[in-house]
Design a protein around this ligand. Structure first.
Ligand code: ADP
Length: 482
């Protein structure tokens, strides 16, 4: 089955969060499961630079009159066949894919990402005579207009199924209504039964409304987004589409995240031979100027520093952690106030707290490899990847029971220790006190090395690879194309 994956990011070429990890891993997983996958990406500089043996598929005029080229080739680092939209005036500029250097959204984001969906729909409708997908699978708001353009596009050839995956409902791509009229969609689509959202124009709503099927990245989040508390104003539509909504849990790309083979960590290890983990811990403590103590429980955070991630709870309990001999290593960036608060704690406790503001892929690997506990106290979490990386690297996750965190982490309560399902620490209520209690459970287990090592070994052996999720996506595609 031919499947076109559409996303704004792809690991390792361009990543701002978990979306890129998924977009980078899914094509290979689906190909292994028998699909013929190609990806469609905006021509950001690192993506264009990686495109090999490229040829021009078409010269296109976007609905607002802009001339662009569509190239096809192979992404050298991934070995994946890719279509790339070559439009340097839209995609090659300073800042992140979404924001300028002042952290403001690029002024023409509606055009930049409408183009992605519009080109996807052209490909679905047979733009490339050599390859037409049976399924177009778009990810997050950046690619969400795909299904709207498909709904109103020319019905050439056979019908193509559309799947839209929500990686985070909180980021919706909402624009002033004036921008809707630039994009070549029919005027009647700007209605409550369409792309209109409280008088604005919403990419996310277009995806939710027009896709044949919606998926999101964990079963629990699929339920949560149908509630007013977590539906971000779209819960009514999501409930109405409840029969076309599936939660498929994300997975770990074991070619990238595997402590037995990881070139980014100083000592490799696995569940059977964990000695390298202790060496990784000592090396990181040394590197960061922390007290080099094998028995100091080392807590790690690798995260965007945003309100979503619940890290103010960590600040609230940090003194208690330090008072019990714990250490904290943080890698992240985002909210300026959170950055400053964490940095201040590192300055005050240099022997026990290290904070690096920034984005550093290799350093993230070293933190998972070195730490004993991975903290993910998110207020909400569609799936979360870092708790799964923690499991793989024997850094037991401590999480808020929400979204994909609830689907992947089982608390070390006595009954779960007894039945062998425990793999981390879970708190139910989003308060410092609840996190503090979970932290004490972690410290109590850590003080019992035999039990700790047993839980850690089972966590590291857990099957977290992509085969299960890929099979679920393939079953869904098959269901949609018959
Ligand atoms: P989200 O997509 O909401 O940011 P996820 O847990 O799904 O959260 O994915 C986050 C991804 O980004 C993981 O691969 C994590 O390791 C990575 N990451 C987050 N912050 C950083 C950082 N500062 N440096 C390196 N990697 C980071």
């Amino acid at each position: 089955m031919k499947v076109l994956q559409v996303s704004a990011e792809i690991f390792p070429l361009l990543k701002t969060g978990g979306l890129a990890d998924i977009a980078g891993a899914l094509p290979a997983a689906l190909n292994t499961a028998g699909c013929d996958v190609r990806v469609l990406l905006p021509g950001f500089a690192p993506i264009l630079a990686d495109l090999q043996s490229a040829s021009v598929v078409a010269e296109l005029t976007a609905p607002w009159g802009e001339r662009v080229q569509l190239r096809h080739g192979t992404l050298g680092t991934l070995g994946v066949q890719a279509y790339v939209i070559d439009a340097p005036h839209l995609y090659v500029r300073p800042g992140t894919p979404y924001e300028d250097e002042q952290r403001q959204p690029h002024h023409d984001n509606h055009l930049r990402f409408a183009l992605l969906g519009w080109v996807a729909a052209q490909l679905a409708c047979g733009l490339d005579a050599h390859w037409q997908p049976a399924v177009v699978h778009s990810h997050d708001w950046h690619a969400a207009l795909t299904s709207a353009y498909l709904a109103f596009g020319p019905a050439r050839g056979r019908r193509v199924a559309s799947v839209f995956t929500v990686h985070n409902l909180a980021y919706q791509g909402v624009f002033a209504p004036i921008h809707f009229y630039d994009l070549g969609l029919p005027a009647h689509a700007f209605s409550v039964n369409g792309v209109e959202f409280h008088g604005q124009f919403s990419f996310m709503k277009a995806g939710l409304y027009y896709a044949d099927h919606i998926t999101t990245v964990s079963p629990t989040y699929a339920h949560e987004i149908q509630t007013p508390e977590q539906g971000c104003g779209l819960d009514g539509l999501l409930r109405a589409r409840g029969h076309d909504l599936t939660g498929i849990l994300n997975a770990v790309d074991e070619a990238v995240w595997n402590p037995a083979t990881d070139a980014a960590i100083p000592h490799t290890f696995d569940a059977q031979n964990p000695a390298g983990k202790a060496r990784c811990k000592a090396a990181l403590q040394q590197e960061l100027g922390l007290d080099v103590k094998a028995d100091a429980p080392l807590f790690g955070v690798v995260s965007r520093l945003t309100e979503q991630k619940g890290l103010h709870l960590v600040l609230a309990v940090l003194d208690q952690l330090l008072a019990r001999g714990g250490q904290l290593v943080v890698l992240g960036n985002g909210d300026a106030a959170l950055e400053a608060a964490f940095k201040a704690r590192a300055v005050a406790n240099p022997q026990a707290v290290s904070v690096r503001i920034g984005y550093d892929e290799a350093y993230a690997h070293r933190i998972f490899a070195a730490s004993d506990v991975t903290l993910v106290p998110s207020r909400f979490e569609p799936c979360g990847l870092t708790q799964m990386y923690g499991l793989k690297y024997g850094s037991l996750p401590l999480v808020h029971r929400v979204g994909g965190l609830a689907d992947t982490v089982v608390d070390c309560a006595l009954e779960h220790l007894a039945d062998g399902t425990a793999n981390g620490f879970v708190f139910n209520v989003f308060t410092p006190l609840a996190l503090e209690r979970a932290m004490y459970r972690a410290l109590a287990l850590y003080a019992r090395p035999t039990e700790w090592l047993g839980v850690r070994q089972r966590a590291m052996r857990q099957a977290l690879g992509w085969d299960k999720a890929a099979a679920q996506y393939v079953a869904l595609y098959r269901h949609l194309v018959v």
